[in-house]
Each structure stands twice: as C-alpha cells, then as structure tokens.
Design a protein around this ligand. Structure first.
Ligand code: SF4
Length: 704
C-alpha cells in the first residue's frame, strides 16, 4: 500500500508531515512521489492565506478521477483547517482529521498500533538528511487580529525540553548540519522553569558542528537576556526572522501587536550591534509584512516604508491582506483596501527591500564565508550562508549536505555568486620503494597532518609483508578482506570521507601511495561510470590471459592502459567491461577538482631505485614473505588480488633465489611503468625533505 502526501504552508507543516509519514510507515504504507499510484493521499493544509485553501479545493476533480480508477483510495485532510472548511472538505475527503490525534489514525485503518499520545513525541521520518525541523511548541496564544493560527492550532503548548534536547542530540549524532527550532511564537517557549533562552543554553552544550536557527519569534518576547544568550551561543547563526507586520503604530494596535515601531527598530538595532560586538558578524534580519490591512491609509503605509528603510531588512515576506474566517478582523473589520492598491503597496515595499538588501550584501564582497551546500542545479551548487543568504558556485555534487568555504565574487540583492575555497591536499608519490611513506610520515609530524593511503594493495587485510605495509597510522589501510570486491570508485568514496574527517579535526591531509589511478581519482575528481557487471561478458573475458586482456584494453583505451596494473586480471576485465558498455575510455570523466592539491614526487635515479628495490625485497624475504604468500595462496586459491608482485611469483615451481630475482625484476618493471605515468602529471619533483617542506609551506600560505 502506498501513500502520497501534499504539504501546504510553513516549516511547521513540513515538520508535521514528517511525523505523519512516520506513523503511516508504521502502518505499513510506503511513500510514493506519484499521486496516481497512491492508495492513501494525505493533504496537510494551511489556512494562513485563502489562496492555499483554494488550491486544496482545486484538487477536487483530480481526486474524483483518481477514486474512480482506484476504488480503495482514501483521502485524509489534516493540518490547519478553519471550522467552515472542515464541513466543506468532507465532500471529497474520507477523513478530516486533527494531526494532534495522530496516535488514533491507525485505528481508523484497523491497525493495532501503539503510537505515542503526545503528537510531538512521535519520531519523525525526516525528509532531509542534513537539515531538520524540530518543533518546540504548538499553537499560539497571541491572537493577532488578522491571524487564524490560534483557532486552527489552538493556544501555545510547549514541548518538554528533555524531548527537544534528546531529538537535537540524536540529529547531531546522525550528522545533521542545520537544525531549526520551530514554533508559531518560538520565543514564547516555556516549559516549567525552562524558557527559550534557557533552552538555547542547553542546546549549546551539545557537542558537534551544526547550525541552530529558529522561527518565528515575536518581537515582544526578545528580552535582553535572550539577546545575550543568542550571541553567546556558538551554534546560533546570525539570521533572525523578526516579523514587523506594519510600520505604523495605529495599524500595529489594530493588529494586536503589542509593540511600537520605535521599540521594534530599537530591538533590531540592539540585535545587530550585539551580534557585531560578540560574534563579529553582520546579523541578517528578515521580516513579515502585511499590506492593505483593513483601513490602512496611504499615510500609514508610508510609515511602513519609513520603518523598512530604518530597519534595513535583508529579506521581507510581504503579503497582501486576506481575511481569515474566525479571526477578529474577519468578524469585525471590513476588507476595504482594493486589490489594486494592495498590489501597488506590495510592489513599492519590494523596491525598498531590494535597495536595503543590496546595501547589506555589499559588506560581503570578497569575503570568504561558511556555506551549507543544499543542492545542485545544473552545473552550480546552491547553498546558504550563516546569514541565510543564497549563494551559487561551481562544485561537485558530493559536497551537498556539507559545510564549505566560499569566496564571494558577485553581489545581488537576494544572493551571491562565489567560488569554492577548497581544502588543501598534499600528495606524496613516487615509484615503488622510493621512500614516499617515510617522507610522508615526517611531513605529517611537521605540519600537523594525517595520512591517507593511496595503495591498491594495502587496503587488503593479511597482505602485510609483500605490500611493505606501514606501521604508522594511515587511513584506508586494512579496510577490506581479500574476499571482498574492492574498486577505485569505492576507494574514492572512502578516501573523501577520510579527508573530510581529517579536515574537520583542523588538520591537513597527506595522501601517500603509488597507485596512479587511486591518486588520479582524488586529484582529478574522476567520476566513475555506474556500469553494472555483465556476467556473460565477464565469463568470456575470464577465459583470456592477462596479456590478451591487456592488448584488448590497450586498443580500447590507450591512455588508461598506461596506468592500469597489467597483472591485475580483475581490473583489466572491469576496465574492458566499462569501455565496451559505455563506448568511452575508462575513466576519463574529469570533474571540477574537490581539493587544492600539490603533488610532490620523489626523484630517484634508476640506479638508486634498483638498489632500494633490491634492498627492500631482501628485507621482505627475511621478514617471512614466502610464508605469508604461500599461506594466502592456499587460503584464497585463484584470488585475483594475489596476482600481484610479491605474491604471484610464489605460485611457480622455482627456487627461492629465482623467485627473489623475479620479484626484483617485476618490481623494477612496475616502477618504470609508474614513472611513465607520473611524467604526464603535474608533479613537483623533490630530492629531499627540505625541498618538500618548502613546497608545502607555499601551498599552506597561498593567498585565497
Ligand atoms: S503571533 Fe500572531 S501572527 Fe503569529 S501565529 Fe500567533 S497570532 Fe498568528
């Protein structure tokens, strides 16, 4: 059975839908994005504006059609519904339900389920995996005369702060980056002795890298104590939605908004200077404004323009007044401002807003700002800054849901363009036995770095002596068993995870290894084609020798054949499979680089290299390479990962001395192939540690 959910209105409603989804899934319904497939449709309504209500009625004929096609289809309407609508909606809905009674929904469908009675205690099915809405209260007791919320949601009820802290804690543990505390009057939160300020202080104790935002506060509930708490909280971001609604004192009074314009402007200024003084950040303020409130004169409207100029808003959500049934305005006041004038006033305020927003944004030109990446739109990533401003910049999709640094290059009234400031990455490479691991360890100690291995053999457990596995801690060593399938795409995913972890610790990453393709995957951000294995093709290729496979691959992908390990049959088969299925060389799909990289290569003469290869082979044999290789060969017969230098040679019936010679000569040939590939890359060649340090210092100090 499938359900489809349509959500209208604010963040609170989105959050409610997440709780509804959670209950429906417990009832064994699964979500469908296609309304035509649904057996159950839930409409989570909003009554703030008549247009949203009309859109629900507009669905009537569609539902009729769907019900004809699917006789079992049921429709639930829930959310903020005014009394008169509740009656009318019954004409096409099977159930008009209160979401606060969510625990009773299963019963209606004859499901015996125990759901928590307190609707806010139900664990939601979060729609997004890095931004979460956490309701802290429900309803509102303010009774602004134009508003229907106190009638649709009831008076304000605050949620137990322990439940809120538990939810936030769990979200942070799961890696959520932005948490919104929600409430119709969020800063009127009171649960026993805990008020909103105290709640923020408690959340502030939660460790983790996340942004805390809240909406919607009421100006009357901003005590100086709360301002102090906000600016001291490391998680609170410099963005506040502060609804002014009108810039005229008489209109405010008629709206039952208990503040004057002066008090509002004073509050906005106090908030801005507190953020500047304590956090050294510009606070962005957005607002809500109603134009065409009953009786709003031209002079009163002009006062709103004045107030807008004084408040210097970054954003304003302007709405043209529409009477809401049940509200005091609806009952007692006449909607006497013509539509045309409302539209005109809306337009005029937008013009003022554009100017103030642009002036505010100019302060950011050239700055490097923290951004949470939200989505990719064509070739651009879209994100939000701490000030909740939209920023557009080029970057890779795998940054979605992450914090990045972006340099602002262009200013608009409602957003920025920017350039991604990439994390720095040091790559130490060189042919086998050139001493790259030793150098990387020394550099890691010197520059507060951590090491990530780029070696296709040390990823495997049990292959120790033959791979010269380093003892010093590296990420991506011993991560898979010889039985496991491992490939470059998996390597890339894990390496990026490791690099991000190191960056989050405030350290620099040193990628060290000699597997060209692994290094290239990270440096050039290669995108690997998602090609499914073709078993028939694989069986045919399996019957060929390594040499036959290599010459076949060479014809398909000349460049790729220069860097592939020609002794690795499995990799050759995979590469051929991808080439044949995609018709493209494997892999040539370079993307926008993820990191600001310096590649440092160790320069060795042929003689030096041959000497160190011989020395290392002798050492490995002394350490017991024969025993290790033979043990693995008998434990994993025919394992393609053992068709590699140091292991494959022991499969032959030759003397130990001959095998040693074979290992040395195979390693020398391999080192030569590595050097052929390295020559084509942008590598800074060095002879000693001092030269490497100089290059790294340059990279670290490089001006953004
Ligand atoms: S504060 Fe006023 S506008 Fe906001 S939800 Fe409450 S009654 Fe409605």
């Amino acid at each position: 059975m499938k359900y489809h959910i349509i959500t209208f209105g604010c963040q609170m409603n989105i959050s409610d839908s997440e709780r509804i989804s959670a209950v429906l899934e417990l009832m064994n319904y699964s979500l469908t994005k296609d309304i035509n497939e649904a057996d159950l449709i839930v409409i989570n309504m909003c009554s703030v504006r008549q247009s949203a209500v009309d859109r629900v009625y507009g669905l009537y004929s569609k539902f009729k059609r769907l019900k004809k096609r699917n006789k079992k289809l049921k429709i639930i309407v829930t959310g903020c519904i005014l009394k008169p609508d509740k009656i009318k909606l019954k004409a096409f809905a099977d159930f008009v339900l209160d979401k606060r009674d969510l625990y009773q929904w299963p019963e209606l469908f004859k499901k015996n389920l125990k759901i928590k009675k307190n609707y806010l205690s139900i664990t939601p099915k979060y729609e997004n995996n890095f931004i979460a809405n956490v309701p802290i209260s429900f309803g509102c007791s303010n009774f602004c005369t134009y508003c229907a919320v106190p009638y649709t949601r009831g008076k304000l009820v605050s949620r137990n702060y322990k439940d809120i802290l538990k939810e936030v804690n769990e979200l942070v543990k799961k890696g959520y980056k932005e948490i919104w505390l929600l409430g119709e009057n969020v800063n009127d939160y009171h649960y026993n002795e805990i008020d909103f300020s105290q709640l923020i202080k408690e959340i502030n104790k939660i460790k983790g890298d996340f942004w805390l935002r809240f909406t919607s506060p009421h100006p009357k509930d901003f005590s100086s104590n709360l301002i102090k708490t906000l600016v001291k909280s490391k998680h609170i971001t410099p963005y506040i939605n502060l609804p002014i609604q009108s810039g005229d004192n008489e209109v405010l009074k008629a709206m039952n908004r208990p503040y004057t314009v002066n008090q509002y402007i004073k509050l906005a200024k106090a908030l801005r200077s507190a953020f500047k003084a304590q956090k050294q950040e510009n606070l962005a303020i957005s607002t809500d404004i109603i134009v065409g409130f009953p009786g709003e004169t031209e002079a009163q409207f002009k006062n709103t323009i004045k107030a807008m100029k004084l408040a210097k808003f970054d954003m304003a959500y302007i709405s043209q007044y529409s009477p809401r049934p049940e509200s005091l305005c609806y009952k007692k006041m006449q909607d006497n401002i013509p539509k045309k004038i409302k539209k005109q006033r809306d337009k005029e305020l937008n013009e003022v807003l554009k100017k103030t927003a642009l002036a505010n944004n100019k302060k950011f030109k050239g700055k490097i700002v923290d951004v949470l990446v939200l989505e990719k739109n064509n070739e651009y990533l879209l994100g939000k800054t701490r000030q909740y401003k939209t920023i557009k910049f080029k970057g890779s999709e795998n940054l979605i849901g992450k914090f990045v640094k972006v340099k602002i290059t262009n200013i608009r009234a409602f957003g920025f363009d920017g350039e991604l400031v990439k994390d720095k990455l040091i790559v130490i490479l060189g042919p086998t036995a050139s001493g790259k691991t030793d150098l990387a360890i020394k550099l890691a100690k010197k520059f507060n770095g951590e090491l990530v291995s780029a070696d296709s053999r040390t990823v495997f457990k049990e292959m120790n002596i033959g791979t010269s596995k380093p003892k010093y801690p590296h990420y991506l060593i011993d991560i898979v068993s010889l039985k496991d399938d491992f490939n470059v795409a998996l390597y890339k995913e894990k390496a990026i995870e490791a690099i991000n972890e190191i960056v989050e610790k405030g350290k620099i990453t040193i990628l060290v290894g000699g597997t060209g393709l692994y290094i290239k995957a990270i440096v050039d951000n290669l995108d690997f084609p998602k090609v499914k294995p073709d078993l028939k093709m694989r069986n045919e290729l399996e019957s060929k020798t390594k040499e036959e496979l290599f010459s076949m691959y060479e014809k398909l992908d000349k460049e790729g054949s220069k860097i592939i390990d020609k002794n690795n049959k499995r990799r050759l088969i995979r590469a051929i499979e991808v080439c044949l299925q995609t018709g493209k060389p494997f892999p040539r799909l370079k993307q926008e680089p993820l990191f600001d990289v310096i590649q440092i290569g160790i320069k060795k003469t042929k003689k030096e290299l041959e000497e160190s290869i011989t020395k290392r082979t002798n050492q490995m044999i002394k350490q017991g390479l024969e025993k290790e290789a033979k043990k693995l060969i008998s434990k994993y017969p025919n394992n393609p990962n053992l068709n590699t230098i140091g292991y494959q040679e022991w499969k032959q019936d030759k003397s130990k001395e001959k095998i040693k010679k074979d290992i040395i000569s195979n390693t020398i040939k391999f080192a030569k192939r590595q050097m052929t590939w390295f020559k084509k890359e942008n590598i800074k060649w060095i002879k000693n540690q001092k030269q490497a340090e100089k290059k790294i210092k340059k990279l670290i100090l490089k001006k953004e």
